[in-house]
Write a protein that binds this ligand. Structure first.
Ligand code: ISJ
Length: 114
C-alpha cells in the first residue's frame, strides 16, 4: 500500500465515497441491525434445510415423490396472507418460497436417486 497523495483510499478520505457510509454512525447502527437479521435468516434457512433433508431421506425410504404440489399451494396461500398482514409484498414472498422449495425438491430428487 502506497501513502502517496495520488492513491485514492476511501478509508483515509471519506470524500472518495465508497466507504464513507461506514463512518456514519446512523447508517452504521442500521447496518448492525441488518447484519443481525441476515444472520438470523441464514440460521433459519440452515434449520429449514436440516429438516427438509430428513424429509427427503424419509421420502426416499418410503418411496414418496420428491414434490408435493398440493402442499406447496397451501404453503404459498398461507405465506401470501401472512405477507399481506405484515406489509410485505406477497409476490416477493411467493417467489422467495418457490426458490427455496425448488432447491429442496432438487435435494429430494438426489436423495431418491441415491
Ligand atoms: C418438504 C417437503 O417436500 C417438498 C418441499 C417442500 C418445502 O420445502 O416446503 C414442500 C413440499 C414438497 O414439494 C414436504 O413434502 O413436506
Amino acid at each position: 500500500m502506497s501513502n502517496d497523495t495520488h492513491t485514492a483510499d476511501p478509508q483515509q478520505d471519506p470524500s472518495q465515497g465508497a466507504s464513507a457510509p461506514a463512518l456514519d454512525p446512523v447508517l452504521a447502527a442500521y447496518r448492525k441491525s441488518i447484519d443481525n437479521i441476515d444472520a438470523a435468516i441464514i440460521h433459519m434457512l440452515a434449520e429449514r434445510f436440516r429438516i427438509t433433508q430428513a424429509v427427503g431421506e424419509y421420502k426416499a425410504r418410503v418411496t414418496l415423490p420428491p414434490a408435493d404440489p398440493a402442499r406447496e399451494q397451501r404453503q404459498i396461500a398461507r405465506l401470501r396472507k401472512l405477507s399481506e398482514e405484515a406489509d410485505l409484498d406477497p409476490e416477493f414472498s411467493e417467489k422467495f418460497l418457490r426458490f427455496i422449495i425448488d432447491e429442496v425438491i432438487r435435494h429430494h430428487e438426489k436423495a431418491r436417486s441415491g
